[in-house]
Design a binder for this molecule. Structure first.
Ligand SMILES: NC(=O)c1ccc[n+]([C@@H]2O[C@H](COP(=O)([O-])OP(=O)(O)OC[C@H]3O[C@@H](n4cnc5c(N)ncnc54)[C@H](O)[C@@H]3O)[C@@H](O)[C@H]2O)c1
Length: 261
């Protein structure tokens, strides 16, 4: 029998076979959904979170046949990033996909945000993203095999909203600047850096809102429904895969048309 054409064989391979993805904030929510999507697309995983519960998530993934290793670490510190990178190298040899997903979400009115709350949120959301891009960018650059970095932004960083705190919105706008800066810096090394900007994704918090409030939110979404966490995962798989190789410095909106730019 004739051998299958190479193109067919490649097309049949999982999109992320051979990749190693580090996902922060993977103990719950979108981080968990993104990690599962990357794993199901063939990536080996390092699941990081400040909550020890991430170890149970990794065990559940492993029970489903995914190659998942957990590390408890704080994204706000350089020591945390050393732990995450070391865990990835120990478990899988290297890391070539980073998803900077961990964040604090807050809705404190701007008049009530204390300096301490501002600094604590910025340390996780903005400094954490900066430290992650720098630590993993340096690792990918030294390895010389290219790479992918995805930063979780938000609609909150793109337009004004009373629903989220101004410190949260400022951190997410800052992540867009970090994305462009690291994309420029790392492009010569075939490392792409992009942002995902979700909005209106179904979550326990959203489901807990009164029906009338949910209907009001739905009214502002042209596609007429909330998004599912798995749909953010699918967008992450696309950007992390070979199909996303010519996209860098971009922001991919996953918002049902809530904001069109
Ligand atoms: N859920 C949405 O609809 C939505 C919309 C827009 C943007 N986002 C963004 O997507 C990402 C995930 O959102 P989510 O709703 O799943 O959040 P979540 O609060 O449910 O989960 C965040 C995770 O990050 C972890 N984390 C917090 N601080 C950490 C630290 N210092 N070090 C390590 N881990 C830490 C938490 O333990 C938690 O597991 C965030 O960046 C968020 O801003 C979410």
């Amino acid at each position: 029998m004739a051998a299958a054409p190479v193109a067919v064989a490649l097309a049949a391979a999982p999109a992320l076979a051979g990749r190693v993805a580090l996902v922060t904030g993977a103990a719950q929510g979108l981080g968990l959904a993104i990690a599962r999507a990357l794993g199901e697309a063939g990536a080996r995983l390092v699941l990081a979170d400040s909550q020890p519960a991430v170890q149970e998530v990794a065990a559940a993934f492993a029970a489903d046949g995914l190659a998942a290793h957990a590390v408890v670490a704080d994204v706000a510190t350089e020591a945390g990033w050393q732990r995450m990178l070391q865990a990835g190298c120990d478990a899988h040899g290297f890391v070539d996909v980073l998803v900077n997903n961990a964040a604090r979400t807050a809705s404190t009115p701007l008049w009530d945000i204390s300096v301490e709350e501002w600094d604590a949120l910025m340390a996780v959301n903005l400094r954490g993203c900066f430290l992650g891009c720098r630590a993993l960018g340096a690792h990918m650059r030294a390895r010389g095999e290219g790479g992918r970095i995805l930063n979780m932004a938000s609609l909150a960083g793109q337009q004004a909203s009373a629903a989220t705190g101004l410190h949260y919105a400022a951190s997410k706008a800052g992540i867009l600047a970090l994305t462009r800066g690291f994309a420029t810096e790392l492009a010569p090394d075939r490392i792409t850096v992009n942002a995902l900007a979700p909005a209106a994704i179904r979550s326990p918090a959203l489901d807990g809102l009164p029906e009338v409030r949910q209907q009001a939110l739905l009214g502002a979404i042209p596609l007429g429904r909330f998004g599912e966490p798995e749909e953010v995962g699918a967008a992450a798989v696309f950007l992390a895969s070979g199909a996303g190789a010519f996209i860098t410095g971009a922001t991919l909106d996953v918002n049902g048309g809530r904001l069109m730019r």
